[in-house]
Design a protein around this ligand. Structure first.
Ligand code: SAM
Length: 335
């Protein structure tokens, strides 16, 4: 295949310019859709990437055309050396961003600013304190809510991610949209996705179409504005006229955006995943520790990337537990 050697292009012509790095498998919340009730088998500490290894691997990806790095987890901010990781990665020519549950983000405002992090995605699945406690199994609603306000005040670009689940928080869709009335944030409704141990069932998912039904029932056609989606955007973006913020739907299940996928994922234990839905992994860390080049493994993983959702190219296949249950829990992928 004709290919600029520096670019990570797969056999479907997609260039991979975006790397998501999971820094840690642990989290300070216990969201039921993200991790199994009994927890996940954690990697021994020695199997996790050190900050030097994260930097070395990231540098290799940047050499091959990656321009955007997002840090995730687990909860990336509970990693003790997060300031050093940010400092090291900030020396690379990339747009650096982070996904966090924001429970402790108020302690990191300066570190994030100094290292040029502008875009912060915060997970918040309910605006109701009791429901938040139920889904996250922790009593941290007020901190998260206040920290979202703080991030906005401090000038960050904030996106709020809400995973929708039927009969749990679908009745809050309009409350979430009204949350964007006076706040310049983007609320993104995410279709609930299947992973190992999260008791997924398609009947619990709230689809893009269903979200729009709620929206159309509450706002007139004139009030709902369809916004231009950015290239490689995973979301369909909308705005209510006159509102400061916007909202979007991430329809990974009913309307996947695989055609424009530019993402690769690195797990905290140094495994490269070429697709969120694929159970296949390529071990970069062992090779790096052996002092061997990781480029051939990266190229091979990119070449092996399947066209749609790790091979689950129909909704029927996605619903087969034997296909989606081989994949890690989201807490150890990072979203
Ligand atoms: N701790 C950070 C946080 O809470 O944002 C980062 C890690 S978390 C795994 C990243 C994202 O994955 C969150 O926005 C979360 O809502 C999303 N996520 C986890 N499990 C999911 C699922 N089953 N379906 C859809 N999104 C999911």
């Amino acid at each position: 295949m004709e290919n600029d050697k520096n670019i990570l292009q797969d056999t479907h012509g997609r260039d991979h310019t975006y790397l998501r790095i999971s820094l840690i498998e642990r989290c300070n919340l216990r969201c039921s859709y993200c991790m199994p009730e009994e927890g996940v088998q954690l990697s021994p500490k020695s199997h996790l990437m050190t900050y030097e290894e994260i930097y070395d691997i990231a540098k290799t990806f940047v050499k091959h055309g990656v321009t955007k790095i997002r840090l995730t987890g687990g909860e990336p901010l509970i990693r003790k050396d997060i300031p050093v990781i940010l400092e090291k990665l900030a020396t690379l020519p990339v747009e650096l961003s982070i996904t966090s549950n924001a429970v402790i983000i108020d302690k990191f405002i300066d570190v994030l600013k100094v290292n040029g992090v502008k875009n912060i995605n915060v997970s918040l699945d309910s605006l109701d304190e009791e429901k938040f406690k139920h889904i996250t199994r922790r009593n941290e609603f007020k901190k998260v809510y206040n920290n979202i306000l703080l991030l906005v005040k401090e000038g960050f670009n904030v996106k709020v991610n809400a995973v929708l689940m039927k009969d749990f928080n679908d009745n809050e869709i309009i409350d979430f949209i009204n949350f964007t009335k006076d706040l310049p944030i983007s609320v993104r409704f995410i279709e609930f996705m299947p992973f190992d141990g999260n008791k997924w069932d398609i009947s619990k998912m709230v689809s893009y179409k269903e979200v729009m039904k709620y929206v159309n029932a509450s706002f007139s056609e004139k009030e709902i504005e369809r916004l231009q989606d950015a290239p490689n955007d995973t979301s369909k973006n909308y705005k209510i006229k006159g509102y400061k913020g916007s909202f979007a739907i991430i329809s990974s299940v009913t309307n996947p955006f695989c055609d424009s996928c530019n993402r690769l994922r690195l797990t905290a234990n140094g495994q490269l995943k070429n697709c969120l839905f694929s159970s296949g992994e390529s071990d970069l860390l062992t090779t790096l520790r052996a002092g061997k080049p990781i480029e051939p493994i990266i190229q091979k993983a990119v070449q092996a990337k399947l066209k749609i959702r790790g091979g689950m190219n129909t909704l029927e296949k996605l619903q087969e537990p034997k296909l989606h249950n081989n994949n890690r829990s989201m807490i150890t992928i990072g979203g």
